[in-house]
Design a protein around this ligand. Structure first.
Ligand SMILES: [Zn+2]
Ligand SMILES: [Zn+2]
Length: 292
């Protein structure tokens, strides 16, 4: 199996060391992994990183490849997309050693990150989340989920107050991300289901529009096996039926626990049900189809 969405401690919300991640990946029976840490070109964003972090990480990955000759280790990026920084993203991604890029909409719907008090509140919640991880040697998924949801909620005030407007804006931004052709796949394209309950019937029309654009611009999507599967089964079927066939599978691992319980068989089953026989791997941004 291939895992094309994994975080290390380069991401602010992961404490997994690269070497440990590789050891765990081998133990899990993975053949190929792609490291996809959070990056954002926007100063003040929690995922903001500079090119020097990127270059240091590329160096580290080149070294680690020698220590794990049986594991194919690709270098990827999970890039935040806010809609107004395409030139900077393009320049950031202009590096020959980047294999794969996920475009993700994480913090859409607010600009409170500009406010110091808001950043402080988020930091405190993050501290709480990290504390919880530390005190529980094997934190249950439920606790982590609760803590993470609380943390993530602070990024989505619109979600609770103006649901329809939220969906409209979220997918308008996703369409822009697809049209930018900056990304190989769109990350967790029904991300909001993690934070609030939306019915498939509420967002399917928006997703249909995205599917048409994905096909046109040759952008794919990922099956993200994070805290919840995103997209859900019905959405995967919709995307596939509308001709989007470039698909990657990723656990969105941020800690040991998530990788240990990553359900690749379930992801495989969902895709097989939709008639998908091949998934994508990437090398220097070039796609190859692999038998599922
Ligand atoms: Zn993400
Ligand atoms: Zn991620």
């Amino acid at each position: 199996m291939f895992d094309y969405h994994m975080h290390t401690d380069v991401s602010p919300d992961s404490d997994l060391r690269l070497k440990d991640l590789c050891t765990l990946a081998i133990r899990k029976g993975l053949k190929e992994i792609c490291i996809t840490d959070h990056y954002c070109v926007k100063k003040g964003c929690i995922h903001y990183q500079t090119k020097s972090t990127r270059d240091a990480q590329i160096k580290e990955i080149k070294k680690i490849r020698k220590q794990f000759p049986k594991l194919k280790i690709r270098y990827g990026i999970e890039m935040d997309y806010h809609g107004d920084n395409e030139k900077e993203i393009h320049s950031f991604l202009n590096h020959n050693d980047i294999d794969f890029v996920i475009g993700s909409l994480h913090y859409y719907g607010f600009n409170l990150l500009d406010k110091p008090w808001f950043r402080l509140m988020r930091e405190q919640l993050r501290g709480f989340f990290n504390h919880l991880k530390k005190i529980a040697s094997k934190p249950s998924g439920k606790h982590l989920y609760k803590a993470r949801s609380l943390y993530n909620l602070t990024a989505f005030p619109e979600l609770y107050f103006r649901k329809k407007k939220y969906l409209e804006n979220y997918y308008a931004l996703m369409k822009k991300a697809i049209q930018s052709e900056l990304f190989d796949v769109i990350g967790h394209c029904t991300e909001f289901t993690r934070y609030a309950h939306f019915q498939y019937s509420q967002y399917k029309e928006y997703l249909k529009e995205c599917a048409a654009l994905m096909k046109k611009h040759k952008v794919g999507f990922e099956i993200n096996m994070g805290l919840l599967f995103s997209p859900d089964e019905e959405s995967v079927a919709l995307l596939v039926n509308h001709g989007v066939k470039n698909i990657t599978i990723g656990s969105d691992t941020h800690n040991e626990h998530q990788l240990r319980y990553a359900d690749y068989a379930k992801a495989k089953k969902i895709l097989q049900k939709c008639g998908i026989k091949k998934i994508c791997s990437f090398h220097k941004r070039k796609r190859t189809y692999e038998v599922l």
